[in-house]
Design a protein around this ligand. Structure first.
Ligand SMILES: [Cu+2]
Length: 479
């Protein structure tokens, strides 16, 4: 962990060379000369996440030409789930832009002729009307242009700001622009681009097919998906980020929102440096950094031991139920003095008897259950969930909760009974000749759990038997 930045920043304050922002002294410790006279012209290299353009080594500002094209296109939000994304450059998040403090950026926004809507861009790195939005309102098949000087260094979000703004952002219209300080960033071994976003679809998480945007859920801020780099699994498996033991890694982390604030955390690592909110004050030894919607954070850490580090939004249901999970695979020799790994696994017997090993959850979920196993599992689910309303004997409560015992509703159409559990029921229904007009909330149970509880009910309470599989439930879930 190096704190030299802190020292030199303090020195800069003492010397009174702190002009406009929090830059370090123009002549750094190694005596490098920086010229602030604009020289030459360059076309900016733009990259798709998780890649970052190469560091800037120039000692002077230049005219940077940025060409960014808006492309509306269908892509996968998750394997089997399609979404009509609106993108800056063809993927979500948009292209990573890297310029130097003092650069004069000539920005060209193109709107692909096949697009249906006008778009624009608000770059948080811009001092000017709408961050550039006012100058870049661009119809399909058009190109607009404006110029700005990158006055402040830092890591900035850019996004579309065309009405309805929330919808344009929710469809994936955001990315990061890094304005490097004059003296550049400290050299690291690897740099990656990770950007979180929340998505709102007609169907629930995992429901296959093309999913349209859902405005109601967006207004309520109840996303179905919270993902890194535009897709569930964009950074897992063979798409995991990579590093070697001993290397230093810098993550440029953005959050497009539109709604959620991210509690960004890397499981199994500690951030040596965090440039909070993408600014220039480094914090050290940080576990979790907040990344505001429309904001960023730069995190740096040394990979001390081999491990698969897990990138998460530590609002943890988002990670395990909505998609915000990525991986960084660190390979290399073990460092047993830092992390020993498991050294022992023995039976622990509290007084009074042995504790049974819990079966591995994933293995248990993958293995199909026999009918008897389903009935056993279904019984405990019934007791803990359904019984509160439908009663222990499943006769319900007259006028409020319909019976599941000898229910003709249940018997006549098991698929309809499955749908009742998956989607909930409301409105008038007739069970065994009596009308009920209540509300049964949808039950957030997995397909195998619903298969078990429905199989249990079918085989008890005087019902006529039968068996339901997780596949039967999945079929009804899609309806
Ligand atoms: Cu737009």
């Amino acid at each position: 962990m190096k704190r030299s930045f802190l020292k030199s920043a303090a020195a800069a304050i003492l010397l009174g060379v702190f002009a406009g922002g929090c830059n370090e002294a123009q002549n750094n410790a190694s005596g490098t000369q920086y010229s602030e006279v604009l020289q030459g012209e360059e076309i900016a290299v733009l990259t798709d996440a998780p890649n970052v353009p190469p560091p800037i080594t120039r000692k002077h500002p230049t005219k940077m030409i940025v060409n960014l094209e808006v492309i509306e296109k269908e892509m996968e939000m998750m394997d089997g789930v399609k979404y009509n994304f609106w993108t800056f450059g063809g993927s979500v998040p948009g292209k990573f832009i890297r310029v130097r403090e003092g650069d004069v950026v000539e920005f060209h926004l193109k709107n692909n002729p096949n697009n249906k809507l006008p778009h624009n861009i608000d770059l948080h790195a811009v001092s000017g009307q709408g961050g550039g939005a006012a100058a870049t309102f661009t119809a399909p098949g058009h190109e607009t242009q404006f110029t700005f000087t990158a006055l402040n260094h830092g890591l900035y979000i850019y996004h579309c700001a065309t009405a309805p703004v929330g919808m344009h952002i929710a469809n994936g219209m955001y990315g990061l622009i890094l304005v490097e300080p004059k003296e550049g960033l400290k050299k690291v071994d690897r740099e990656y681009y990770v950007c979180q976003g929340d998505f709102y679809t007609k169907g629930a998480y995992g429901e296959s097919g093309l999913q349209p945007f859902n405005m109601d859920k967006a207004l309520k801020e109840e996303p179905d998906y919270v993902v890194f780099n535009g897709k569930v699994g964009a950074l897992t498996g063979d798409k995991a980020l990579k590093a070697k033991v001993g290397e230093t890694v810098r993550l440029f982390v953005g959050n497009g929102g539109p709604n959620l604030v991210s509690s960004f955390h890397v499981i199994g690592e500690i951030f040596d440096n965090v440039y909070t909110e993408g600014g220039c004050v480094p914090n050290h030894d940080v576990q979790t950094t907040l990344v505001p919607a429309g904001g960023s954070s730069i995190t740096e850490f040394k990979c001390d031991v081999p491990a698969t580090l897990i990138l998460v939004d530590h609002s943890i249901f988002r990670t395990f139920n909505k998609g915000s999970l990525g991986m960084l695979k660190v390979e290399g020799p073990e460092k047993k003095d830092i992390y020993s790994g498991q050294q022992d696994d023995r039976i622990y017997q509290p007084e009074g008897g042995a504790v049974q090993n819990m079966p591995d959850v994933e293995v248990a979920a993958a293995k199909p259950l026999t009918k008897e196993e389903k009935i056993a599992q279904g019984k405990s689910l019934y007791t803990s969930i359904c019984q509160a309303c439908h009663q222990a004997d499943a006769n319900g409560i007259a006028g409020s909760f319909p019976p599941l015992a000898k229910s003709d509703y249940f018997a006549s159409d098991p698929a309809r009974a499955i749908r009742a559990v998956v989607h909930g029921v409301s409105g008038k229904i007739t069970v065994n000749g009596k009308v009920y007009d209540g509300i049964m909330p949808k039950q957030t149970l997995s397909d195998p759990q619903i298969a078990s509880v429905v199989t249990y009910v079918l085989n008890n309470f005087g019902n006529k038997g039968g068996e339901v599989s997780p596949a039967d439930v999945a079929k009804q879930r899609r309806k």
